[in-house]
Design a protein around this ligand. Structure first.
Ligand code: ATP
Length: 301
């Protein structure tokens, strides 16, 4: 059984199609990235999966059930984009309450509150009220809430938006650590972060599913090198790289950064490229096996 199965899924707000005929099947496993420009329909998809809103047409199943089904109550958790905590209650009180709403006894719920707070490295804040927390800490508490009951699926809408690198790292490490038992779907605009975290990317644009790419180890790395120089005449370098044996195509991905697509048979191209840098006295910054997620999604083919 698939984790998520959407067939011809559409959702309109008035005349606006927020999602348009999306067919999507996702299996449980490593974290999945959900990306797309503002207004692409990411939050709408999350809201549909959680059963907060209903499709205008088409079908949607989570773990074989329609969203909102009681069997999903303990199997799906979420961090909404604008998660808010009640300023008047301690974290222990709030998280215990959420655990009780998921069917736990008061005693178990208290233990669960302590467990999830320790997962986000905030055990010391158990008796504190949200007003005592920084923005990054508040976000971690909101994520702790999504972890209550160890659901099989957790949807995280921009979990690291607006928080500092140290807090973002704690969140990333937590997602990686829990991924054996929970599948995370992470919506974010930070492609570098998603690339480090996720194996699969779902790309929405204007309500339509544009691409579904696998970035599992080596998968999108194959047959691409990314070469970055400290200084270069980009057009000239592009031309010379394109003339190398085994090279299919060279794109200028950014200032002084070249994505080189090559034939499988060109096994020594890395050496060739470094030799060329030396011969031409190009000051090189890095040579990377593969290409960035950004380039994978947005390169013109
Ligand atoms: N409640 C609503 N009423 C009317 N239109 C809505 C509503 N919610 C979303 N939309 C519209 O649906 C489209 C998809 O919105 P959605 O919030 O799902 O996008 P998103 O990909 O999450 O965007 P962002 O990256 O900005 O969070 C947008 O055009 C948005 O304006």
């Amino acid at each position: 059984m698939s984790l998520i199965k959407c067939q011809n899924l559409s959702r309109a707000y008035g005349s606006k199609m927020a999602l348009n005929n999306v067919d999507l099947t996702l299996e449980a496993g490593h974290p999945i990235a959900l990306v797309g420009p503002n207004g692409a329909g990411k939050t709408t998809l999350f809201s549909l999966l959680l059963g907060y809103i209903r499709p205008t047409s088409g079908s949607i199943e989570v773990l074989g059930y329609a969203p909102g089904h009681p069997s999903l109550r303990n199997n799906i958790g979420a961090l909404p984009q604008d998660a808010k905590l009640d300023p008047d209650f301690t974290l222990e009180q709030q998280l215990s309450l959420f655990a009780q709403l998921r069917g736990m006894s008061a005693k178990t719920a208290k233990r669960e509150a302590a467990r999830v707070l320790s997962l986000v490295q905030l055990s010391d804040a158990l008796k504190q009220k949200p007003t005592a927390l920084s923005h990054g800490m508040s976000k971690r508490v909101a994520i702790a809430q999504a972890l209550i009951g160890s659901p099989k699926l957790i949807l995280l809408d921009e979990p690291t938006a607006g928080i500092d690198p140290a807090n973002a790292r704690i969140i990333r490490e937590l997602i990686a650590q829990l991924s054996d038992s929970t599948t995370f779907i992470v919506s974010s605009h930070n492609l570098d972060e998603l690339e480090r975290l996720c194996d699969q990317v779902v790309f929405l644009e204007q309500g339509a599913l544009k691409q579904q790419v696998s970035i599992a180890a080596g998968n999108h790395a194959s047959h691409y090198y990314t070469l970055q120089l400290q200084q270069a005449d980009d057009q000239q370098v592009q031309q010379m790289l394109a003339q190398q044996p085994g090279v299919i195509k060279v794109n200028i991905a950014a200032h002084h950064t070249f994505v080189i697509e090559y034939q499988e048979s060109a096994t020594e191209l890395d050496l060739q490229l470094l030799t060329l840098c030396k011969q031409q006295a190009w000051p090189y910054r890095l040579l990377l096996n593969g290409r960035s997620l950004e380039d994978t999604l947005f390169a013109s083919h």
